[in-house]
Design a binder for this molecule. Structure first.
Ligand code: OAD
Length: 255
């Protein structure tokens, strides 16, 4: 075995040992976990739409200026998600869940793939593409496939007639009450925080991992690239979530 392979295998064994001993596990995921399902990561080139960056469209101001354009962008994203399936990373995280007395999956992804893979103890901290919400009275409704016909791209609220918007946290908005607090409490008492596929550039979610580590959790990061989390992690497993999560879980089940 090459020195690099020996190191990687030792890191995998160390991470697996921590997971085997854990009673309380927090998993934090980002766009990289869905990359192998065919969904472009958030900041990648594929995330561009008609020359606009997500940061120009996912804002309350953009919606106020041109709600139809924002809806077209989300319809485009939703069409991509609809054509994708959960990958082995989603599947392993769903399989991990019932094996721990306390388990929480906090995902930044809005694509619904964790739910489709079977995860239930799940918080979609940035919302979900499957729900829309009234921009006036906050009434929520499922987003059925035919809810946004081409002729009228801005659906209306059944209660107050206000413009519906996707139930997704936009740039410049604050997190929904209680969501971060719940995750933070969980992180503060976690034995293991397992992070996968996030660049850790959005601070509140990244801070959850660091809070867990400061409070005594064993911190594992899975990412092909270094990130602010991998720099302080106990173990950085460098590579793709679709390959490394199954390898890690397999290692956990071996003595
Ligand atoms: P990013 O697009 O910022 O980062 C994706 C990360 O996934 C990068 O660090 C990649 O190196 C890594 N990656 C790519 N392929 C991978 C693979 N196969 N396996 C594992 N990792 C892989 O996405 P996020 O960190 O999720 O927020 O972005 C966080 C938030 O920024 C998003 O939820 C969104 C955006 O602002 C809101 O919309 C509120």
């Amino acid at each position: 075995m090459s020195p690099a392979a020996t190191l990687a295998s030792a890191a995998l064994a160390e991470a697996a040992g921590a997971i085997r001993r854990a009673q309380r596990v927090l998993v934090l995921t980002g766009a990289g976990v869905s990359a192998e399902s065919g969904i472009p990561t958030f900041r990648g080139q594929g995330g561009l739409w008609e020359g606009f960056r997500a940061e120009d469209l996912a804002t309350p101001e953009a919606f106020q200026r041109d709600p139809a354009r924002v809806w077209r962008w989300y319809r485009w994203r939703r069409a991509i998600y609809g054509g994708c399936e959960p990958n082995p990373a989603h599947a392993v995280i769903a399989r991990m869940e019932p094996r721990f007395p306390e388990f929480l999956l906090a995902t930044q992804n809005v694509d619904g793939l964790h739910r489709r893979a079977g995860s239930r103890r799940l918080i979609e901290i940035h919302g979900t593409i499957d729900v829309m919400r009234c921009s006036v009275c906050s009434e929520r409704a499922p987003w059925p496939d035919d809810a946004v016909p081409d002729a009228d791209p801005v659906p209306r609220c059944n209660h107050c007639g206000g413009a519906m918007r996707p139930h997704i946290l936009w740039f410049g908005e604050t997190y929904w009450p209680g969501v971060l607090e719940h995750c933070q409490r969980f992180a503060g008492e976690a034995d293991v925080v397992l992070v996968a596929g996030t660049s850790a550039t959005v601070w509140p979610p990244a801070a959850l991992a660091l809070h867990g580590k400061r409070s005594g959790a064993f911190l594992i990061d899975i990412n092909p690239e270094p990130t602010p989390i991998s720099e302080v992690a106990d173990v950085h497993l460098r590579g793709s979530a679709g390959a490394l999560l199954p390898a890690l879980w397999d290692r956990c089940s071996r003595p």
